[in-house]
Design a protein around this ligand. Structure first.
Ligand code: ADP
Ligand code: MG
Length: 576
């Protein structure tokens, strides 16, 4: 007898579940897609434990009759695809007939549904096995409850992150579909608390405001570009509003995707205007002939393949380039400079010209190389300031030769070490704002801030919730008193979000936060400095533990030893 046999359906479903259901948010995503495909006008999502414990997605869509309700849980059962040609013109979000059986295979699932108000059907499945089917009374629509996700796949359960992280993923998917479908009302609740509650609206911009907050909308440029190849439209932030962890939502024919090509086209359009390692928040919709897009390349349907990738790239890039080029393009609100000083408040220092870190002028990423570093570790100061080069570098000398100091990197280093020490010792100087500022956060940030609350307080920020998704900030660290508290706090919240995503420990988080604050607070390049200021900076730098680099690891100083100078001038070396 041969050794090959067909796997039974429960095994097949378990395998498929591994691809389709990666984490609670995958379940939320699939169920929302089903609701939207069923023409729901309202979708309600509720989770507990970030979705690991319990998920419920309820809609008022077309529902299913008893036979369909049972069939829907079978593998490859779908109402959305009949023949193979349909695959080339998919208009629905689902089509694989895999989601429900996959989810059911790895959870306890209860589906209740009705095609009209009144009599409906309830089906219960546990680990893929049908538990029972019975009639139930309910309004038209469908509710799917998913409990104990991965209860029978301990290996997968182990991979689940903290509740906060899983919740952040859920929030992202709900936000995405809320953005894609402004005509549908969405509500998201977690542990009973409402995180998002948006009514149906006519305009995508209105929905962007509902989901991302009015503060974010102010920073957006409108994107609109159409050619024979397709249409790109939506919103993207002006370069000054780039952040380290931008909220970026891309849609292809209404489907939320994570497509590298799309991201790269956007990134390239911003070329030279964005600091390294930062990105612009965007919400972009790409509309193409469905025949030009293969959506059936990924079990989670979050990736697509384009028939003509070059064309799509060019289309997106051009759309963004146009939006960025035209200052007269419709714009929402004034563009505030990221380092604009707080308008009020005592203790305000000179405004600082914004200079993104990591721009070409301060050198690229990566570890510093060469003798400057080695030298810096052996010897430091005293340095004597001679002049300023291009309003960016301090030209100095010491016993060994000529020293060039990057004023931004050096100041960053000084602020970083002092600030970190102060944070560690709990003696951060704070500056109370004369006029407290309110800060409306994106939903994801709002969820994230809880995780970073304590650390931000240690850093010298005082804030408290002020209505839904809004913080009132009434004190900032004195070191950053000259900065726009809103921009800085937003950036720090981004850092908290990122730290959680990579599961950084609290010491690492603290260093990152301090690094970012120091970077923003530091004097920028292309800032004229007086002789005294330069000397002070050099003296301060000499007292730091690592004068040779900035806290990001880029060189802060560069040295030309006297020997090299002498050699260059063909003088006898070393004879002084
Ligand atoms: P797919 O969405 O790829 O068709 P699913 O497993 O997600 O596969 O769903 C199977 C079928 O169940 C769908 O094709 C649809 O007919 C039905 N269905 C699922 N969810 C809903 C819902 N919320 N409302 C109405 N019908 C639904
Ligand atoms: Mg589906």
């Amino acid at each position: 007898m041969g050794k090959i046999r067909l796997l039974d359906e429960s095994v097949v479903n378990r395998i498929a579940a591994g691809e389709v259901v990666e984490r609670p948010a995958s379940v939320v995503k699939e169920l929302i897609e089903n609701s939207l495909d069923a023409a729901a006008r309202r979708v309600e999502v509720e989770v507990q434990g970030g979705g690991s414990r319990w998920i419920r997605v309820a809609d008022d869509g077309e529902g299913m009759d008893r036979d369909d309700a049972v069939l829907a849980l079978q593998r490859h059962a779908t109402s959305k695809l009949a023949a193979v040609e349909d695959l080339t013109r998919i208009a629905s979000l689902g089509f694989r007939g895999e989601a429900l059986p996959s989810i059911a295979a790895v959870s306890e699932l209860r589906l209740s549904t009705a095609v009209a108000d009144g009599e409906g059907t309830q089906v219960e499945v546990r680990g893929g096995a049908l538990v029972h089917v019975e009639p139930c009374a309910r309004p038209r629509g469908t509710t799917v409850e998913v409990g104990r996700l991965f209860f029978n796949v301990p290996a997968r359960r182990k991979f689940l992150r903290t509740t906060a992280t899983e919740l952040a993923h859920v929030v992202r998917w709900v936000s995405r579909y809320a953005l894609a479908r402004p005509d549908v009302a969405f509500r998201l609740r977690s542990e009973g608390g409402v995180l998002l509650d948006v009514a149906a609206v006519n305009e995508t911009l209105e929905r962007v405001r509902q989901v991302l907050g009015a503060g974010r909308v102010e920073t957006l440029l409108r994107v609109e570009h159409e050619t024979d190849d397709g249409r790109v439209w939506g919103f993207s932030a002006a370069p000054a509003h780039a952040t380290a962890r931008p909220v970026q939502h891309g849609f292809v024919n209404g489907r939320a995707v994570q497509d590298r090509l799309l991201w790269r086209a956007v990134r390239d359009a911003y070329e030279n205007t964005l600091p390294a390692a930062q990105g612009a928040p965007f919400v972009l919709f790409l509309e193409l002939d469905p025949r030009e897009v293969d959506v059936n390349v990924h079990p989670q349907k979050t990736e697509v393949r384009f028939a003509r990738p070059q064309t799509v790239y060019a289309l997106v890039r051009e759309a963004l380039a146009r939006a960025l080029e035209r200052p007269s393009a419709p714009r929402y609100g004034a563009l505030r400079h990221r380092n604009a000083p707080a308008q009020e408040g005592p203790g305000r220092r000179e405004p600082v010209i914004a200079e993104p870190s990591g721009s070409a002028a301060t050198g690229g990423e990566g570890p510093p190389e060469g003798p400057a570093v080695l030298w810096g570790m052996r010897e430091r100061g005293p340095w004597r300031a001679l002049a300023q080069l291009r309003q960016s570098y301090i030209v100095a000398e010491d016993a060994g030769g000529l020293v060039l100091v990057d004023q931004h990197a050096a100041h960053e280093r000084v602020l970083f070490e002092r600030y970190l020490a102060a944070v560690q010792q709990g003696r951060v100087e704070i500056q109370t704002l004369l006029f407290p500022r309110t800060l409306e956060l994106e939903l994801e940030s709002w969820v994230a801030i809880e995780a970073g609350r304590e650390e931000l307080a240690r850093l010298g920020f005082r804030f408290e919730p002020f209505g839904r998704r809004t913080l009132r900030v009434d004190a900032v660290p004195a070191v950053a008193a000259h900065l726009d508290p809103e921009a800085l706090l937003r950036e720090l919240v981004d850092e908290v979000q990122h730290a959680r995503a990579v599961a950084a420990d609290s010491a690492a988080l603290r260093r990152r936060l301090v690094t970012t604050a120091a970077c923003r607070a530091a004097v920028t390049i292309r800032t004229p400095l007086g002789a005294e200021q330069m000397q002070q900076l050099l003296d301060d730098l000499a007292t730091t533990d690592h004068p040779q680099t900035c806290p990001h690891g880029r060189p802060a100083l560069f040295r030309l030893p006297l020997e090299e100078i002498e050699r260059a001038f063909r003088r006898p070396v070393g004879r002084r």
